[in-house]
Write a protein that binds this ligand. Structure first.
Ligand code: ZN
Length: 154
């Protein structure tokens, strides 16, 4: 089942961790509707601008979220967020394009190392109720700990 022209439900729920641990990762109808909105407003416009976008992590059911050590309030658990990248365009370029062109809730350039254009990934969320904060951040690993800074630092 395709959620938008280029994004299938399957790629938004696929997880190698879930497969490895035998966890089911099935969204509710409400979560599927959130995924449709995320694809419509964030991922499909990116696809049209940059070509294929690889989804690293989309929807995470409670068991999978626990297994990957995700935050209990993660928007991945509602189908409102995805982690993704492109093999063509750098992660900072994707993040800056989203910030300049799209309405989003939270945009995080995660663990980009400042050298390898494909290091890290981009996290972006979208809320269908319209309360999108357009909050851009950068996540850095400092001495093994994650730090969040306001804005896109690259
Ligand atoms: Zn994420």
């Amino acid at each position: 089942m395709y959620l938008t022209k280029n994004f299938a439900l399957k790629e938004m729920t696929k997880s190698s961790t879930a497969e490895r641990l035998g966890l089911t990762n099935t969204p509710t109808m409400e979560h599927v509707i959130n995924l449709v909105n995320l694809c419509n407003h964030i991922l499909q416009p990116l696809r049209e601008e940059f070509g294929p976008i690889r989804i690293n992590s989309g929807y995470r059911g409670p068991d999978l979220n626990k297994a990957v050590g995700g935050s209990g309030t993660s928007q991945h658990c509602n189908g409102e967020a995805a982690d993704f990248e492109s093999s063509k365009v750098s992660n900072p370029d994707i993040a800056h394009w989203i910030e300049a062109n799209l309405d989003f809730d939270q945009l995080i350039l995660e663990f980009y190392d400042g050298k390898d254009p494909h290091s890290g990934w981009v996290h972006c969320s979208y809320r269908k109720d319209g309360s999108n904060r357009n909050k851009a951040m950068t996540a850095l690993r400092v001495n093994g700990k994650t730090q969040y800074k306001d804005g896109l630092l690259s």
